[in-house]
Design a protein around this ligand. Structure first.
Ligand SMILES: [Cu+2]
Length: 149
């Protein structure tokens, strides 16, 4: 059996006892996320303005997360660092666990929205969305988008 540690393969001999111990190790950090998020965006007044509704729920109990301070940053995975927008502050809605924010992008295409939660729940959830005019869709896994200015 070979474990990959960075770029170097590390051979490890495993008996049945070791396999049991490995199964009991904590899950990777992303599996411990406290929040899960649903994001739906609609084009607003301008062609690059989008009004987004974010629903935050507890990852385990599924209960709506209220009283969270939520800011939404955005970057383009196909051009990292070039379209880093100033995070937008979301406003909590009367409906529990629902937050609203207006995003002003600087071009259409695929964006990674970073939902930064602070206050009672601290977490960061990243959501990929493709913004093409009035169409806002979730990119399919492995799908690549052209990046054209
Ligand atoms: Cu670009």
């Amino acid at each position: 059996m070979v474990f990959w540690s960075g770029m170097k393969p590390v051979p490890v001999l495993l008996g049945p006892a070791a396999a049991v111990v490995l199964a009991m190790l904590p899950a990777p950090a992303h599996a411990q996320a406290r929040a899960k998020a649903d994001v739906a965006c609609k084009q607003a007044a301008g062609p690059l303005q989008y009004d987004c509704v974010v629903k935050l729920n507890d990852a385990r109990s599924n209960a709506p997360l209220t009283g969270v301070s939520l800011s939404i940053g955005a970057d383009m995975p196909s051009m990292p660092g070039m379209h880093n927008l100033r995070p937008a502050k979301a406003v909590e809605d009367a409906e529990k666990g629902t937050y609203r924010a207006r995003l002003v992008l600087d071009m259409h295409g695929e964006w990674a929205l970073q939902l930064n939660l602070s206050g009672p729940v601290r977490d960061r959830v990243v959501k990929l969305l493709r913004f093409e005019g009035a169409e806002v869709t979730e990119p399919k896994p492995g799908e690549r988008t052209r990046h054209r200015h």
